[in-house]
Design a protein around this ligand. Structure first.
Ligand code: APR
Ligand code: PHB
Length: 409
């Protein structure tokens, strides 16, 4: 029987007091790490502040790089993804009301674009982890990291908000607790440098019950702002509009959203956007962020805890998985042969890939959005960039190889 320690649901079992790797956060980073470690015989415990229903219901992005799809299949976690995911050979870039197909598969030796929502990945990983007998403590609070400088770190937490402080002793702590979690601040401020851009725009995202309007994703640059058409299933579509990040979703009636989507996604060849009832909508702000280093003593931070990318490059989940793959390899080397070389190089190894993904996400974002603070000159340069990308095979190949994911060494 799986060990389901779910405080919120009551009947909590007795969680272990000691483990090899304490993982803070059951997002993609924490869950992939627990699975990767389990495959190498390394124990972990995941401490998650939200409930299982909350993490499985939070709507996020949904594009997987080819190597992440391959990894999920290798780990035996890809069954539902292969049945329910959407596999596209490319994407469409739309500007000046013209569509340009970027054939990723042809440009990258067969790598495809997989659309499979992040919360579906979470559902698959949580259920498989519990079936494997793994421990995930949902609904914990007051997580505190202690003694990271020595060889015996401790994590303190409460299983219920009014419950006692409990302690998990471990060899290593993996901070997979997202942008607002306690792990990054546990690296002393004097030892870390944070790099950041906050964009003067955000995305209004909707889920609509409508049939697909197009066989692949459409990224549209329009004078009124960016728009994106994506999908979730034959019955549900995901669309986004560039908006002011401080705008209130209450200002956006369904009629206004559809009118804006029709305008920004318009194509001069008469393509039409199919409408349906909108059943979920919200606004997210956008930033680029990197923390260097991503480690301190026996603490290693991964995923959104260490870096954020704007969603235009579809890199967020993929980067989180890349970090924990590097971390799992380093921890495996440590437990198998006692070497700390991989662990010592963890941050430097990850940051090489991260900065390339930051560059690509920033490039896609600046090229495709209308920035109210940019000069007309800069806006014309972005249009020239788009024109170049869709007419130069070299530029198109560079975009494609970044989009489907740079090789994972
Ligand atoms: N204690 C325990 N868990 C915490 C705490 C805390 N104090 N703070 C945050 N968490 C949990 C969150 O509830 C969340 O489930 O950590 C998890 C972090 O998950 P994500 O934010 O999804 O981050 P990550 O796993 O790095 O995945 C990055 O997620 O945000 C998207 O677009 C991003 O696709 C990217 C991916
Ligand atoms: C999504 O489907 O949510 C999605 C797709 C592509 C992106 C971002 C989000 O670049």
């Amino acid at each position: 029987m799986p060990t389901i320690h779910q405080t919120v649901a009551g009947t909590p079992g007795r969680p272990p007091e000691r483990t090899q790797v304490a993982i803070i956060g059951a997002g993609p980073a924490g869950l992939f790490l627990a699975h990767l470690l389990h495959r190498q015989g390394i124990e972990s415990v995941i401490l998650e502040s939200r409930s299982r229903a909350e993490i499985e219901g939070t709507i996020r992005a949904g594009v997987l790089e080819q190597w992440v799809v391959d990894l999920m299949n290798d780990m035996g976690l890809g069954g539902r993804m292969m049945r329910e995911g959407h596999f596209h050979s490319g994407i469409t870039l739309r500007f000046d009301r013209e569509s340009h197909h970027i054939d990723m598969a042809e440009l990258t030796g067969g790598k495809r674009v997989t659309v499979y929502a992040q919360h579906e990945v979470i559902r698959d990983l949580v259920s498989a982890r519990l079936e494997d007998g793994g421990t995930i403590l949902f609904g914990v609070s007051d997580v505190q990291l202690h003694d990271l400088d020595g060889t015996a770190p401790r994590v303190r937490f409460r299983r219920a908000p009014d419950g006692p402080l409990e302690e998990l002793r471990c060899d290593h702590v993996a901070g997979c607790d997202g942008f607002h979690g306690p792990s990054r601040p546990a690296i002393p401020a004097a030892d870390r440098t944070e790099y950041q851009i906050v964009y003067p725009f955000g995305w209004l995202g909707i889920l609509t019950e409508a049939p697909p309007s197009h066989p692949e994703l459409i990224y549209a640059n329009h004078e009124r702002g960016f728009a994106l058409l994506s999908t979730r299933s034959p019955e549900v579509q995901r669309l986004y509009l560039q908006v002011d990040p401080k705008d209130d979703i209450a200002n956006w009636s369904d009629d206004r959203i559809w009118a804006e989507l029709h305008t920004r996604l318009e194509d001069k060849d008469g393509w039409t956007l199919k409408e349906g009832p909108i059943f979920q909508k919200g606004i997210i702000a956008m930033r680029s962020f990197v923390c260097d280093p991503m480690q301190h003593g026996r603490l290693f931070i991964a995923g959104d805890a260490a870096h954020i990318v704007p969603p235009t490059g579809a890199k967020g989940l993929n980067l989180a998985v890349a970090d924990v793959l590097v971390l799992s390899r380093a921890l495996t080397a440590f437990y198998k042969s006692g070497t700390t070389e991989g662990l010592n190089r963890y941050s430097a190894t990850c940051l090489r890939r991260i900065w390339k993904a930051e560059r690509f996400s920033w490039y896609m974002t600046t090229m495709l959005h209308r920035n109210p603070h940019e000069t007309p000159f800069e806006q014309r340069v972005h249009l020239a960039d788009l024109d170049y990308v869709v007419h130069s095979r070299a530029a198109m190949t560079a975009l494609a190889e970044n989009y489907v994911g740079l090789p994972m060494e």
